[in-house]
Design a protein around this ligand. Structure first.
Ligand SMILES: Cc1cc2nc3c(=O)[nH]c(=O)nc-3n(C[C@H](O)[C@H](O)[C@H](O)COP(=O)(O)OP(=O)(O)OC[C@H]3O[C@@H](n4cnc5c(N)ncnc54)[C@H](O)[C@@H]3O)c2cc1C
Length: 435
């Protein structure tokens, strides 16, 4: 059978047809565009939980895209395997003219993409990468001396000074949807065939209401109310456009916009300093003698530390795959400072459980809490969980929701006494940091 000449658009962290940079360029390239998604065996094989909600989320997003494509007389071509092998089979089915993709800045993704770039370079087929998941990438926001920022506030100020309507302009992909490769709808491999089971999670809506963004600075720190936008999973998988969200944020609430800038800050840090994945950004923090008590770690994971705000957060995470940002900070601080457990243990646990898991933000958040990060909480700041509760969950609404047995005999006594833990932490940190 004659292979048809197509350009491949490779979906990854950009699961939408609207306002998608690489898709826009593909559709304008003059060759019919065949959209492809690969269930990457390198990633799926690492997931222990076969009911992982993230797989269901991706699957549902792909089903929605497929519905739209079928109406346009086109189809998604979904494959399963290692991308480098999958592309060889795609070459058998299509006469590939070029490949369009949006950049991903995580170390694994960069290595995977380099393999694809090199493979097709040898064949003279262009692989074209575009910026889509951030407003500014790589070297676009640098200090005046040309070096990357390592402190958030000056980075954010520079980001704000550089942003113009040009960077926020949506890509009008819809105008070119007629340019998809026309083909009968292809069947998806079932989730079971991929080795997974569907979950019946209700995912948050991809477009937060304007009132929530408007009041964000007043509501964002209170875990007991719906005071944050829950868009993180959509930003993670690209079911929402960052340009669209940042435009709304710019009009509605500067504090909210600055949170989106934190996300870009951590993406930029990961791009320039990829060794943060395994080591502390501030290298002297790797001298800390962590206690790494496995029983205490297990109690923390299960939400059984006897510190209600910590336990509420961990139970929310275990049950829903989400944890409020304030509580992420408290639980991470508690693990690293009260229990002196290596931030990498907590980071890995969050990575397994968080629906919005994102390497850059998770690593950034953990290193911030442990004090080892680029612009981290100072080592001597040890969150007091009781004061945090008083400030942010004074009516215990959040705690009571997740720890209903709070006032009963069933609730455990604190795993460690706060003043003792604080003193121990300061001693261990000071020793390692020689302060
Ligand atoms: C220890 C720790 C681990 C974290 N792990 C992740 C993670 O794996 N994935 C993730 O997306 N975020 C992570 N965060 C950041 C933050 O907690 C979540 O982005 C936020 O709770 C998501 O909820 P939301 O969408 O309602 O956020 P909102 O408060 O409504 O904020 C809107 C968006 O701004 C961005 N944002 C907000 N706060 C931060 C922040 N501190 N750092 C980076 N981006 C931010 C997110 O994209 C978020 O969706 C972590 C924070 C900590 C302290």
């Amino acid at each position: 059978m004659k292979r048809e000449a197509v350009s491949i658009f490779w979906f990854r962290r950009d699961l939408r047809l609207e306002d998608n940079a690489a898709l826009y360029h593909a559709l304008k390239s003059g060759t019919p565009v065949q959209p492809v998604f690969i269930f990457d065996a390198h990633i799926l094989d690492e997931l222990e939980d076969k009911t992982d909600q993230r797989v269901t989320f991706i699957y549902k997003a792909l089903e929605q895209i497929q519905e739209q494509l079928i109406q346009l007389g086109a189809t998604l071509d979904i494959r399963h395997g290692e991308p480098e092998t999958v592309f060889k089979t795609l070459e058998k089915d299509y006469d590939i003219q070029s490949i369009f993709l949006n950049q991903d800045y995580e170390p694994y993704a960069r290595q995977r993409d380099n393999t694809i770039y090199s493979y097709f370079k040898e064949k003279g087929t262009a692989v074209k990468g575009f910026k889509d998941q951030v407003i500014f990438e790589k070297n676009e926001v640098l200090k005046n001396d040309g070096k990357p920022y390592t402190i958030y506030t000056p980075y954010a100020n520079k980001w704000l000074s550089l942003v113009t309507p040009f960077f926020l302009k949506p890509y009008p992909t819809k105008k070119y949807w007629a340019h998809f490769h026309k083909c009968r709808g292809m069947q998806f491999p079932s989730l079971q065939k991929l080795g997974f089971k569907s979950t019946n999670t209700t995912f948050p809506p991809e477009s937060p209401d304007s009132g929530l963004i408007k009041d964000y600075d007043k509501t964002r720190d209170i875990p007991g109310i719906k005071g944050t936008t829950r868009v993180s999973v959509h930003l993670r998988f690209g079911t929402i456009s960052i340009r669209k969200l940042a435009t709304r944020a710019g009009k509605l609430n500067q504090t909210y916009l600055k949170e989106l800038i934190w996300r870009e800050f951590y993406q930029m840090i990961l791009f320039h300093f990829p060794d943060v994945v395994d080591t502390s950004f501030k290298k002297e923090y790797d001298k800390i003698q962590w206690r790494n008590n496995e029983k205490e770690f297990e109690a923390w994971c299960k939400g059984q530390t006897g510190y209600p705000i910590v336990d509420a957060g961990m139970r929310e995470l275990n049950e829903t795959g989400f944890m409020h940002n304030r509580v992420r900070m408290i639980t991470a601080s508690f693990l690293t400072k009260h229990l002196l457990i290596d931030w990498r243990w907590g980071e890995a646990y969050f990575a397994k459980k968080l629906l919005d898991y994102d390497l850059a933000s998770n690593n950034g958040g953990w290193q911030w809490a442990a004090g080892s990060g680029c612009d981290a909480a100072p080592y001597f700041r040890v969150f007091n969980p009781y004061i945090q509760t008083k400030k942010f969950d004074g009516d215990l609404k959040y705690i009571r929701k997740w720890v209903p047995e709070l006032e009963s005999q069933d609730y455990p006594a604190p795993i460690v006494e706060h003043d003792f833990a604080r003193k121990r932490c300061l001693e261990v940190y000071s020793k390692a940091l020689k302060r």
